[in-house]
Design a protein around this ligand. Structure first.
Ligand code: NCD
Ligand code: ZN
Ligand code: ZN
Length: 446
């Protein structure tokens, strides 16, 4: 099976060059500046389009299992394909949670026959080294630590236990992705609000105070330094915790971090307008925070952009009581257009976009063959039209979650064709019903 894309512009490193690409047996066979490409079974005319490496979203909640009413492997990976993502990493806060090798194997078995793009799995961080090793063997790409867990007696609230778990992950070479918010402190302040009958969006913001993120970040940078583990901070939201991470990096700590499009584009003002649709954790912050995050992202103090695609039903997003609203929003189909719009306005370079959404996530999570347009790499690509103008409309999402605080945003730049291992899985609103996605796992030496 072979595919050629002709007359396209390619992003090669920092440069955009005119040329063509051929993919054979799932891998990039040739990148050419000339019209000479090998003969192929299928040809795509790439006139007016730019070819990027298939994008990687390292933070996605595909749900499925008992939460498939919110999203399932098929709908979530179709949303990914329509959004230009050819690889996504699924989070373990499912029902049941992905907290053992058995659970991971179950999830992989179900996903295997249902995914339209490549999927890798985060598994829950565990206390026991044996459990960690078993999950790595079963295919875990990374471990996830939810510090926002409200229970103050959970095993990872014991610093000694957390240290030994971090050390084991360091030895295994498996990254730990962290939701950095002080859960017990948030739970206490939430209880106070509820008892006082405070249940507005403002109260939600108060309960998720910026200092709770900072406290968690401080604890994690210290632990990562002592345990020599690879730590990745998810959805960073404040300038203050960003400074903490940048300072730790300056002292030589190899900690990485991510930002979501909602924390880059929206602030608490948006929250007033959008209400529950713009409610997520960590929550939206002040305008000065979004500005600081944007600057840090441009100068590589932030490593990746991830959508934190977190679908819920409309009912779960529109409760009158703020404490009953499920936090989270779909992001797979808005992330790339939002960032391409910034490229159009000259506020972001295409090369940096590719680093944030492809190269760096591949490096951090050890995704071999992914993230770069190079001969021998996997034939995962997205063709974008940098001039396409459209308005975000969540009613058209492939995701089951039909809401977005970005509804009505005018974008310039759109994914047009998404290719996984040389197969066109999405093309101008058309989808291939076949499942071309693969389950990806880290290669582990036993
Ligand atoms: C996520 C979800 O719904 O699973 N929600 C969110 O607001 N971000 C959980 C998470 O990523 O912490
Ligand atoms: Zn989180
Ligand atoms: Zn998340």
């Amino acid at each position: 099976m072979s595919l050629c894309i002709t007359d396209v512009r390619l992003i090669l490193g920092q440069e955009l060059v005119e040329g063509g690409i051929s993919i054979r047996d799932g891998q990039i066979e040739k990148l050419s500046k000339t019209a000479h490409l090998p003969k192929s079974d299928k040809t795509i005319d790439g006139k007016g389009l730019i070819a990027l490496p298939g994008l990687i979203d390292a933070h996605v909640h595909l749900r499925d299992m008992e939460l498939s009413y919110k999203e399932d492997f098929s709908s979530g990976t179709l949303a990914a394909a329509a959004g230009g993502f050819t690889t996504v990493l699924d989070m373990p806060n499912t029902k049941p949670p992905t907290n053992s090798d058995v659970r991971l194997v179950e999830k992989i078995a179900k996903a295997q026959t249902a995914v339209h793009v490549n999927v890798g799995f985060h598994a829950s961080l565990a206390e026991s080294g044996t459990d960690l090793r078993k999950m790595v063997k079963a295919g875990a790409i990374a471990f996830k630590l939810y510090m926002n867990e409200p229970d103050p007696h959970v095993w990872h609230s014991d610093p000694r236990k957390l240290f030994s778990s971090f050390k084991e992950c360091g030895t295994l070479g498996t990254p730990i992705a962290v939701h950095a918010e002080n859960g017990p402190a948030i739970a206490r302040s939430q209880t106070k609000c509820r008892e006082a009958g405070d249940n507005s969006v403002k109260d939600f913001l108060r309960a998720h105070a910026p200092r709770f993120e900072l406290e968690a970040v401080q604890m994690i940078t210290d632990l990562a330094r002592r345990a020599h583990s690879k730590v990745h901070i998810c959805h960073l939201s404040t300038q203050r915790s960003l400074r903490e991470i940048s300072a730790a990096r300056k002292r030589g700590l190899g900690i990485t971090c991510e930002v979501t499009p909602h924390h880059l584009f929206l602030d608490t003002k948006g929250l007033r307008r959008e209400g529950g649709f713009a409610l997520m954790v960590p929550p939206l912050r002040k305008h000065s925070d979004t500005k600081a995050l944007w600057r840090a992202m441009l100068r590589s103090e932030i490593d990746i952009v991830a959508s934190d695609h977190a679908p819920h039903t409309l009912g779960e997003k529109t409760s009158k009581d703020v404490w009953s609203i499920r936090p989270g929003l779909p992001g797979l189909e808005t992330t790339l257009p939002l960032l391409l719009t910034k490229v159009h306005h000259g506020e972001l370079t295409l090369a940096r976009l590719v680093q944030l959404l492809a190269e760096k996530p591949a490096d951090i999570f050890g995704l071999h063959g992914k993230g770069r347009l190079q001969v021998g790499m996997d034939g995962d690509l997205v063709l974008v039209d940098p001039k396409a103008r459209f308005k975000i409309d969540s009613s058209k999402f492939y995701s089951k979650a039909h809401f977005s605080p970005f509804d009505g945003f005018r974008c310039v730049g759109q994914p047009v064709t998404t290719i996984v291992a040389g197969h066109v899985v999405y093309d101008r609103g058309e989808i291939d019903e076949k499942n071309h996605g693969k389950i990806i796992a880290r290669v582990v030496r036993s």
